[in-house]
Design a protein around this ligand. Structure first.
Ligand code: K2U
Ligand code: ZN
Length: 171
């Protein structure tokens, strides 16, 4: 099912999420819901805290055209990152309609546990590298606006508080 996406500021988006001890049917179902929610947004990534579950789980599918390539990562860890950097205009489903250029390592190697409980390892480049780093930041309570200056971050937070007040009035 499609789950509501939390909007910044929200304490659950600032929490360091708990590791997943065992891949249970409930967590598999959560991963399915997160993929459905991500495609519906639409987005190319989503982290569990964004749907209010502070566990170390992210989903991604950075394929634009052609066959979708959903990836579900439990307890993802970056264990290598390139010296080279890349700049991407990032957005966030928890900070709607705000985009800013963010610099990150151009390539990262990530280790995680998949839905079958198997250890996986993959090197990501391009938008996949940007996305996986953006999602893993979510698991550590970090948002892309945390890389901006304090004034810009404060302005964006005020904008989001106003948006939440307006949405609350609609409901
Ligand atoms: O985590 C999220 O909020 C989903 C993010 C993932 C993402 C952000 C920046 C750069 C890459 C991935 C996006 O909102 S998904 C929407 C999107 C799609 C394409 C490019 C940028 C943002
Ligand atoms: Zn995000």
């Amino acid at each position: 099912m499609i789950r509501p996406i939390l909007i910044h500021p929200d304490p659950r988006l600032k929490k360091v999420c708990d590791p997943v001890a065992e891949i249970t049917p409930e967590l598999r179902s959560l991963a399915e819901d997160m993929l459905e929610t991500m495609y519906d947004a639409p987005g190319i990534g989503l982290a569990a805290p964004q749907v209010g579950v502070t566990r170390r789980l992210i989903v991604m599918d950075c394929i634009k055209e052609g066959t979708p390539e959903p990836v579900v990562l439990f307890n993802p860890v970056v264990f290598w990152s390139s010296e080279d950097r890349s700049v991407y205009e990032e957005g966030c489903l928890s900070i709607p309609d705000i985009y800013n250029e963010i610099t990150r390592p151009a390539e990262v190697a990530v280790r995680w546990t998949d839905v079958d409980g198997r250890e996986q390892e993959r090197q990501f480049a391009g938008i996949w590298a940007t996305c996986v780093q953006h999602e893993i930041d979510h698991l550590d309570g970090k948002l892309f606006i945390d890389y901006l200056g304090p004034l810009k971050r404060q302005m964006i937070t005020r904008k989001m508080e106003k948006l939440k007040r307006e949405r609350a009035r609609e409901d």
